[in-house]
Unconditional design. Structure first.
Length: 107
């Protein structure tokens, strides 16, 4: 087991379409189960640093929309797909094992 892995939750507590937020130090991490695949982004819109987790995840496009001004980010790479955000949000590796879901945060 390498360092910097943060336990998120058992896989049974993060079913397809569900999301949760965990903290690693000062970093909030949004973890989403998209049709059985897990993705993790920093829970911080790159436009004006609002919580992305307050927004809506669209399973058709794999994007999450910031509720403050409507920027959308692709879950797969953290890149914005529309204004007013132009910078990506941080993306983190995710893995699962028999205990549950883990994210790797390298500060
Ligand atoms: S803070 Fe997210 S779009 Fe403005």
């Amino acid at each position: 087991m390498t360092d910097n892995w943060t336990f998120v939750c058992p896989t049974s507590q993060l079913l397809p379409g569900e999301q949760t937020v965990v903290w690693e130090g000062d970093t909030p991490i949004l973890v989403i189960n998209w049709d059985g695949e897990f993705y993790a982004l920093e829970d911080l819109c790159s436009h004006e640093e609002f919580e992305l987790s307050a927004g809506k995840f669209n399973p058709e496009t794999g994007t999450i929309e910031c509720v403050l001004h409507g920027a959308q980010f692709d879950l797969r790479d953290g890149n914005p797909t529309c204004p007013p955000a132009y910078e990506p949000v941080r993306k983190f590796p995710v893995r699962t094992d028999e205990t549950g879901v883990w994210v790797q945060v390298v500060q």
